[in-house]
Ligand binder design. Structure first.
Ligand code: ADP
Ligand code: ASP
Ligand code: MG
Length: 245
């Protein structure tokens, strides 16, 4: 059983949260013996902070340099989570987008994934590593670092699930699934148990950032079922698939 899990920046705010997540991942690995790929986003609001920094040194930074800058956030998360997993006695390794074989076009800051060569990832999984992948990033055929658009770690998770033919793709965030509206703004919003790709596409395209639009498009195209749930508690989340009942 191969499972891809993605943890967003809202779930990785500080060292304590990273340790809690590492413990949770280590326990699941011990109990279920899954092959596990963990995709991570930058800690908290790191990406916004980096963008603010860039605007303090340049009013119109080159897109290539923005990618050099903002791709660093996910690398911090991946290495820290991996260290925490190792401290729990787990065999784990972090990989950048490039090391994961994610090739994109050269549209900096909104690059599209062209192909994935999952060879190294597969070998590491066969050696029973928990593989922690820095989300949101790839590499062009000219070795230029690219990023996949805001919220792009969701896309990394779906794309890896497709490339590895994963049995499950789970997106963990700071709310308990997909709601009828943003639960942080609309208190009476209801959590949906199941939702179709079509309905999710609609929500994402009007700005429900719980799932990046491109990630939903790719999930639909390859019929990858997505499970969105909270990384803070074990309550049931939302299943996104081809039909809604
Ligand atoms: P992550 O850091 O895990 O990627 P995001 O901040 O990108 O998390 O997305 C999760 C946020 O999406 C939630 O905190 C919530 O405020 C917002 N959101 C907007 N619309 C919805 C919706 N319909 N259902 C769930 N969450 C939504
Ligand atoms: N860190 C990136 C962003 O803030 C990617 C992601 O969170 O998925 O957009
Ligand atoms: Mg997100």
């Amino acid at each position: 059983m191969l499972i891809v899990q993605k943890y967003g920046g809202s779930s990785l705010r500080n060292p304590e949260r990273i340790k809690v997540l590492a413990k949770r991942i280590a326990t699941l690995k011990e109990r279920k013996k899954y092959s596990m790929v963990i995709v991570v986003s930058a800690l908290g609001d790191t990406t916004d902070r980096l963008l603010r920094l860039s605007s303090q040194v340049c009013s119109d930074p080159p897109q290539r340099e923005l990618d050099m800058l903002i791709s660093t956030g996910e690398q911090i998360s991946a290495s820290l989570l991996t260290m925490a997993l190792c401290s729990f006695g787990k065999r784990a390794i972090s990989l950048t987008g490039r090391q994961s074989g994610i090739i994109t076009d050269n549209f900096h800051t909104r690059a599209r994934i062209l192909s994935i060569d999952p060879g190294r990832l597969k070998r590491l999984l066969e050696e029973d590593n928990i593989v922690v992948v820095a989300g949101f990033q790839g590499i062009t055929s000219e070795s230029e670092i690219t990023t996949l658009g805001r919220g792009g770690s969701d896309l990394t998770a779906v794309a890896l699930a497709v490339a590895l033919k994963a049995d499950r793709c789970e997106i963990y965030t700071d709310v308990e699934g997909v709601y009828t509206a943003d639960p942080k703004i609309v208190p009476e919003a209801r959590r949906l148990k199941r939702i179709s790709y079509e309905e999710m596409l609609e929500l994402s395209s009007v700005g429900a950032k719980v799932l990046q639009l491109r990630a939903v498009e790719m999930a639909e195209k390859h019929n990858v079922h997505l499970y969105v749930a909270s990384s803070f508690n074990p309550k049931r989340g939302t299943l996104i698939s081809g039909r809604n009942r």
